[in-house]
Ligand binder design. Sequence first.
Ligand code: MN
Length: 280
Amino acid sequence: MKQLLFVILLSATMSIQALAQNSGIFPKGELAPNVHHTGDVWLNHLSEADESFEYNITIATFAAGAKLNWHMHPKGQQLIITEGIGYYQERGEDVRIVQQGDVVKCEPGVEHWHAATPETGVTYLAITGNEPTEWFEEVTEEEFNSFDLPVSKSESTEQEIINVSEQKWQWMADKNVEALADLFHEKAEFVHMGGSWGTERELDIIGSGGIWYKQADIHEVSVNIIDNTAILLNRITLVAEVGGNEVTNPFEVTEVYVKQNGDWKLGSLSFTRLMSRGDD
Ligand code: MN
């Protein structure tokens, strides 16, 4: 999905991907008349389809409470959420929360709607195949106000990070360098008792068994999310083999994750040795 998206963006303009991370640089455009939506929606048509490009690129800014009617794009649509939190729902499916960094692929012919939430605005880049959208009925206010998802989304984001972290310990125990290479950001920093280094060296050490993270017993975990960054604190007892010697240490581990193109990447892993054993 990322690859296809990248190809599309590349062929549109080399700079769109960077711009998508800071939609604030685009003017909001015109306040759109309430023909197929309720509430305030601003549209800025950044790039129109032409003989070479069969899709339009628009940035849409929704005030809290603004929502589109049900509709369908004969040639499909991708939504790249650049700011805020909103709703997306396909006919017959549950409503989804979408937020900054998410990419939604809406297949050709699939009936759907997208919106802000009642409490939060949302901004996205819409890449839409160049054939007129078909519009249907309104999403009722009653239905729109019946979803209670922003909170569950933030809870599920925390759970998602906890799951990623647990999975990471397992991959480290399994010396699964391939999976870890996908999780570790290329610019990640690893801070150990014996020094700190980057992703390439960490992967080499794990792969060669220089440090074998055999088992991490997790006693406590907490997650703070700040925009696109998640900071996880792990209190663990780690059984490791270092240069062939098995050692057991209590650590406070700080893990920093950054959301990039919809995936969480590990940006930092830092071990602080605790004075106590950590399992009391
Ligand atoms: Mn749409």
